[in-house]
Design a protein around this ligand. Structure first.
Ligand SMILES: [Zn+2]
Length: 297
């Protein structure tokens, strides 16, 4: 995983970088620990509170079997670290970072607390979810499409799906949708925008014209749809990827025109929510009442 935490009471994931790690730990016990004449680096998993070992914090020469440099990452420890955290197998087994459920499964949980947490994130911060799903796919879904996705999520009881959690919500929310129609859609700012335009223009039936995805020819009943597929968990790095796929259809035939594997970012969404909460609280004390304004006179 590429997030960590140093405070057991805090479940916000901090992006794992040398700067963030040094800043949060102040290079002290119990995070920097000498073991067998070597300094090891530890932190806490924001979700399960078990200790995690930070791998390759300062070393970038470790090579995998393909001789690639292995990046900095954190990995759950199966033992407790004195002064930091005890090890809990039960918490590890349920951890959404250590043991993420495979996307697409239909198994459900019956934890009402988890259900309420997911539903209130969607209900109270719809704009953040809307922005995230547009940024992940590069598609500027219109309001009625987003409205349909929310209804589908509620109708299918997405909030009870085991694989859906507050860290991966924009991705898991998209994943549980059927093919999402892109006919007449605009593109959204993203780092795959140029690649999308190229793929759409190279397709059989569609092109990106006047800032819209439209058919090249007026005759025929063409469709173009997007979906997420092939969720993959890398046990070694404790990281996850998923494919963004676009297909075009005519007369029951389906052609893939775009397929890109992206890394699932498990901190951006929930940290954006947290920031929004903080910003909202800045205006909590303002009242729309005459007495309130009179205090400033
Ligand atoms: Zn964990």
């Amino acid at each position: 995983m590429d997030v960590f935490q140093t405070n057991k009471e805090d479940d916000r994931p901090i992006p794992l970088t040398i700067k963030n790690y040094e800043n949060k730990t102040r290079k002290t016990d119990p995070f920097y620990v000498e073991m067998k004449n070597e300094i090891k680096h530890f932190a806490i998993c924001p979700a399960c509170k078990n200790p995690v070992l930070v791998v390759n914090l300062y070393v970038d020469k470790t090579l995998d079997e393909n001789k690639n440099k292995m990046p900095i990452h954190a990995k759950h420890c199966k033992y407790g670290i004195k002064g930091l955290a005890e090890y809990s197998q039960a918490a590890y087994d349920n951890c959404s970072f250590a043991n993420p459920s495979k996307f697409g499964g239909t198994s459900k949980h019956n934890n009402k607390g988890k259900r309420n947490e997911i539903v209130s994130l969607i209900k109270e911060y719809p704009v953040i979810l809307y922005n995230e799903i547009r940024s992940i796919t590069g598609i500027d879904f219109n309001e009625s499409t987003f409205s349909y996705m929310i209804k589908n999520f509620i109708k299918s009881e997405g909030y009870y799906y085991k694989y859906i959690n507050k860290y991966n919500l924009p991705y898991s929310f998209l994943n549980m949708q059927k093919g999402i129609r892109l006919f007449n859609s605009q593109l959204y700012y993203s780092n795959i925008k140029n690649e999308l335009i190229k793929s759409i223009n190279n397709s059989k039936y569609f092109c990106y014209k006047n800032y819209k995805i439209v058919p090249k020819s007026k005759d025929g009943f063409y469709e173009i749809e997007l979906y997420l597929a092939n969720h993959n968990v890398d046990k070694e790095y404790e990281s996850e990827t998923i494919d963004v796929v676009i297909v075009e259809k005519l007369d029951g035939k389906v052609y893939e025109i775009f397929n890109r594997t992206i890394k699932i970012n498990l901190e951006k969404y929930i940290n954006t929510i947290d920031k929004q909460r903080r910003i909202n609280s800045l205006t909590d004390e303002i009242r729309i009442e005459d007495e309130y304004f009179e205090n400033f006179v």
